[in-house]
Design a protein around this ligand. Sequence first.
Ligand code: ADP
Ligand code: TRP
Length: 331
Amino acid sequence: MKKISLTGIKPTGIPHIGNYIGAIKPALQLSESCESRYFIADYHALNSCKNPDEIRSMTREIAAAWLAGGLDPDQVLFYKQSGVPETFELLTILLAFTPKGLMNRAHAYKAMLQSNQSAGKDPDDGVNMGLFTYPVLMAADILLFDTDLVPVGNDQFQHVEMAVDIAESFNFIYQTDALKLPEAIAQPHTKTLLGLDGRKMSKSYGNTIPIFSSEKELRKLVMKIVTNSQGIEEPKDPDTCNVFSIYQAFASPDQIEALRQRYLAGGMGWGHAKQELFEVMNEALTPIRNRYQELMQDPGYIDRVLAEGSHKAREIASAKISQLRQIVGID
Ligand code: ADP
Ligand code: TRP
């Protein structure tokens, strides 16, 4: 029996190469050995985004990023969270098994409290209940599909551990194993990709390189990556360099070693290193960009794929919900 892998991405910004290298690509590799269920976490986006056009268009962009990145909807169950309303029924069930204290300990919530406190505001300023109970909705996403493995970035590990806590509490109370305990797995061989300014690439920092940048935009963005002021002749340290760090995510081991030697030898300016980076990135991203252009010619296609996937996902989800309703006595 293959293991079940599941992950979701929120449609809250233009998909960038950090999402591709850190989430989409490794999840697609995992789907070669697992039965995979990948979805767009659209209701999760509502906590922070109240612009309907933006949610709509970002949902298509994230879906396009998965499809252009190689997701085959005949192999991977691919759907929208909102297309599986059983998720929200399970959320209601799980809320009854989630201690409030557990939510108080969630990193994202704690970070908001702290930033409010240091700004002298009310600690709960700007915190809606969707944000507060975010980990329970995420637990519902995961537990609804009998998930074994959740490929996510390190920042999401705590949420998966909370899903395990909630599932254990449910299973213990009813003396059942109806809820399978999931495990978070880090993306193999991927580090956090750095952005143009050297911080983590993130849409919240505005330092991203969008996956679907045109060749011209890509070149412009690569040339903007911040470097130090060393001159051409000086030897350079690849391990503290932004350009090299992104290069490693796209180049082959031989190319990486060759560029490393050129850094150490000196005689190579930043413009040159950036040109090398642009070339490997452009080669890797061109097929994805072309596929994206094709997908965008038929906007109905993405909607149809998601609708069909959501329909199939509901069949699995409604069987699970019937089982759980019976266990709790609401049948
Ligand atoms: P962002 O930080 O841009 O808001 P998200 O939090 O929506 O990105 O992340 C979606 C997925 O992409 C997650 O699985 C996350 O781990 C991955 N991801 C985001 N940024 C990076 C990055 N800079 N490097 C590697 N993976 C990333
Ligand atoms: N919280 C995840 C993030 O911010 C997105 C997400 C929602 C998710 N539901 C999930 C990830 C279920 C894995 C499994 O990146």
